[in-house]
Design a binder for this molecule. Sequence first.
Ligand code: GAL
Ligand code: MG
Length: 986
Amino acid sequence: MKLPNYYEDPNTLHVGTCENRSYYIPYGQDLNSHATLLSGDWRFGYYPYPEAVPADFINPDFDDSSMDTIPVPSCWQCHGYDYHQYTNVNYPIPFDPPYVPKENASGAYRTTFTLSAEAAKQRNFLYFEGVDSCFYVWVNGKFVGYSQVSHSSSEFEISSFVNEGTNTLAVLVLKWCDGTYLEDQDKLRMSGIFRDVLLLTRPKSFVRDYTVRTFLKDGGAGVVRVSVEADGEISPVLTLCDADKNPVGEAVLADGVYEFTVLNAKLWTAETPYLYTLTISTADEVITQAVGIREVYIKDGVVYVNGQNLKFRGTNRHDSDPVTGYTISKEQAIRDLTLMKQFNFNAIRTSHYPNAPWFTELCDRYGFYVIAESDIEMHGYLSTYHSDRENTLGLLDEGGVFTEAVLDRVQRNVIRDKNHPSVLIWSLGNEAGFGYAYQNAGRWTKEYDPTRLTHYESSTWDHSNRFDKSMLDLYSRMYATTEEVDSYFAEEGPKKPFIQCEFVHAMGNGPGDIEDYYQQIMKYDGFCGGFVWEWCDHAVNQGIAENGKTMYGYGGDFGEYPHDGNFCMDGLVYPDRTPHTGVYEWKNVVRPVRARLVDAHKVTLALKNMLDFTDMADAITLSYECKADGELLCSGEIAVPSTAPHTESEVTIPVTLPKTAADCYLKLTYLTKTAHELVPAGHEVGFDQFLLSGSAVRRLNTVTDEATAPTVTEGDRFLTVSGEEFTYQYDTFTGIFSSLERGGETISMDYSIFRAPTDNDRNIREEWERANYHHSQTRTYTTEYAIDGQTVQITSTVNLCAVTVQSIMKFTVIWTIDGAGTITCKIDAKRNTDMPYLPRFGVELTLPKSWQQVSYLGYGPQECYIDKHHLAWFDAFESTVEDMHEDYIKPQENGNHYHCRKASVGNGTNGVTAYAATSFDFSVSNYSDYELAVKKHNYELEESDFVTMHLDYKNSGVGSNSCGPQLLPQYQMNDKEFEWEYQLKF
Ligand code: GAL
Ligand code: MG
């Protein structure tokens, strides 16, 4: 069919649409809804380009019986049409704004709705909550209008198009339009009517829009101001009720604004989401609106909500589901919000577009602070030839092509969601540079709504000094390093509050830098918090593999070009919302109570209430447990003293410490005291653990058997060390045991510096590969042995090296073997500091496959690393090799246990136990490191016919360098010189 070409015309953004308004559903005085949901199965035809669509599909008499059906709302890629594509920065189409490819996939939708005689005489509207990317609408064969801006509402008045009885609605959706250039968010690219469609039947005159604003007065009163805009003649009556449905105050009308004064107002916060209900009533309609009384403002560079300096503990959230794509039901959204509450989040950034119009309603109700973001991202400009970050995007809107579009998108976001207490911050968009269009849109926002804060990260890329940015309240950054944060606050002079709208990039195994950032957030009043990138992994469920695993597809799995691989899987939860270990790390870092050991002898602790509005005693119950090397000494509950937000109080725990060298740890566990709608009472919100006593170094007794020393036989290469029950082959070329045989089972050993790169290793990996770490080997310079009484001692000097490159490390290793076959290993090493830091340094043991039982004394039970261990605690744990594996969709290093004193792997009869003089990192897996490194999907992983056990002097931290800063030096295996001692008993 031939269409008016609005979709390549940035001057025609909408045709026939109603003026923007806040989102609400009107009811009749009989309390019947005036909205009918048109969602359901619609007729659907998929065409390669609009010209191929039959022109008469819009007509009521068109025979649509041979068309397919598709559910509305949905994305057509999720129903077998077109193909999936994942791209991050790169535009999926040639860069030729405002033009888009001629082959522009087109979806023709048809449905019908019926109107009673009475309804047909009233005023009727169609309300589309979200259509990607643009759409044309016809009712009964007549053209109604056109709209774009995928994640915003478009409303059309269809009063003059409808009749009593059956009416035909036809919608043509195009995959690309000029708006595509403004919707280059990092996501799977999907199309269609992906949110609900409503039919509204309203009286001749009605409330068109209203704006609610709240203020606080000294003395605890809250002020609720409501302005009402009418279509036609109305005399609205406004009432405000509390949560128990009792009216509070009377509306006073002055200068066209209704004002309620609520004495002793109960204030809305994320912790206390108290809502009043506003009712706007006209002759024929009732509109209700939840009202939260609260105030947000900045004073001296600090963000305050209701007079309290608070921190955003936030996450970025996309609408994303492995089956339904962009289409998210309330149940799916509530599932996310439930997890967020349970994992101690208090804030959400709707990256990078408005969510469904009811989403902020849920945030009002459950208590989340929201950065509401406009549907804009033009990141792809950076991938064009001759581009640079500072200028390319800024220049773009100087040309004026998208100036109107930017303003339109910002207005649609602000006006739709303006009545929600949860929204504290308006975001102008994401990664689209800064220029006149943004200056303009920013000014409009601040003038339209001075009661909220404004934010736009791209403003901080532009250093031209050509634009006014005074309307932006926050200094917004993403992935700023801890150093950059420090220097921002070290600079003299007044400054805007600092916010990390994205940080701790949660891709794969990580993030490892949450605690470091949180320390800064706590340190600087002006650092108002951050938002983790991001909430969920984006992927497409492609069915179940033979081994029973879900086959999640990511970039490149759909044969598409271009694509950005697995960069879409960078969330805190898997696509099905199973939590990643990283979200446990977050949860405990931002726990609502932080304890400090004041006196280890008296076991006195200071408990700090990290909540912003709730007394600690009202929110938390506390239990404790004291263990010596994992053996319970005592446990109990302690009454939580009344403690105001942000203050401390002391408690003393009744513990009598034994005189032992064992590690005595005290663990405090914090539980919710009362139930919240999404969190039951007794839910664990975090814990603290303290070492009360113990000795850092444990002497490893090299003689565990008083019997005679083993014998040694010299071969041309190997030393055979034998005892009554064992035969060990020591390789004098490599400086380690090539085989350890006992009871018919054989183990082998090797030095190990390689790990299956994590997503966060993606940059350093290149250095590691250049240094040939993945081909490392050892050779000895010298080997000597001696038999001294009860033991054999072998000493080698060793060079750890790889072909082509220089030495990585040199060390002396002393092995002591006693009559029982116990091996004690002592290493004294010097690393070549010209080489990059190591993934790890330690030994790898290849164990019989039947050894599947694991126990360890160290940090667990979840995987943990030197920089990601706040989710774990020190204890004695038992597990299985299978359970020690964390099944990342894109396989990688996983399952490490930080700071272990002891670890055993066996089958109940045979096994090995490792002891550390100080500690080691420990992991064990049914998959080889090589397998984890090369396989692209978890469902392709094949188990090896042995078990791989790692004991490391140090396994490097995981950080968040997939997008965040480099791994901090203190978490790298970068030691210049070190000693390490451990023992293996069989
Ligand atoms: C940011 C961007 C996000 C996401 C992230 C990388 O630059 O704002 O949308 O792409 O990088 O995962
Ligand atoms: Mg981007």
